[in-house]
Design a protein around this ligand. Structure first.
Ligand code: ZN
Length: 187
């Protein structure tokens, strides 16, 4: 028995003409082999349809959203820890600066600054004198100046940390506010 073109028609994507359909039905009536093929093909088609429908299993989107939320939570916690660490570092820097200098140290630092300004003025005023007499003007302070510089650096680090955190905080608040307003727009 000739099974062509019937076995091809069975699996064809192209819709059959009315004449072909009649011919195929006639052949299938007398050919168990093509009948089995048609049945198998119908089952495959059914499986394909079912698997397409089951691409997103039940609860999938809920799980996806949950996982997304969890990931966002982890990122948020990490941001909190980074912020906390930065605050701690800035505070430690400030505390060291204050402990190191102490109230007396601060006064000393301020006095040193005034002294430096006075010396600078004197140096500028007597620059002709210095050149004329070949006298070198030594920088003031020595060890005290070094200590003062360290104090300034540590204080600056602490203040910069707090300023930076303030900026980050302001940016976060701004971003949150703009996101809220954007969500309000789309609703
Ligand atoms: Zn056949």
């Amino acid at each position: 028995m000739k099974h062509l073109p019937f076995s091809e028609w069975i699996v064809s994507d192209e819709p059959l003409t009315e004449a072909q359909a009649t011919e195929l039905a006639h052949h299938l009536a007398g050919c168990p082999q093509c009948g089995r093929q048609q049945q198998a093909w119908a089952e495959v088609q059914l499986l394909l349809t079912r698997s397409t429908a089951a691409v997103a299993p039940a609860g999938f989107s809920a799980r996806f959203v949950g996982r997304l939320a969890a990931r966002r939570r982890v990122r948020h916690q990490r941001q909190i820890w980074v912020t906390f660490g930065a605050i701690l570092a800035g505070s430690v820097a400030l505390a060291i600066a204050l402990l190191y200098a102490g109230a007396a140290g601060l006064a000393e630092g301020a006095g040193q600054l005034v002294k430096q300004l006075v010396v600078l003025r004197a140096a500028l005023a007597s620059v002709v004198d210095v050149i004329g007499h070949g006298v070198r003007v030594l920088p003031p302070g020595g060890v005290t100046l070094w200590r003062y510089s360290l104090l300034v650096a540590l204080t600056g680090l602490g203040v910069a940390t707090y300023l930076g955190l303030g900026g980050l905080w302001a940016a976060a608040v701004y971003r949150f506010a703009s996101r809220q307003s954007r969500m309000g727009d789309t609703q």
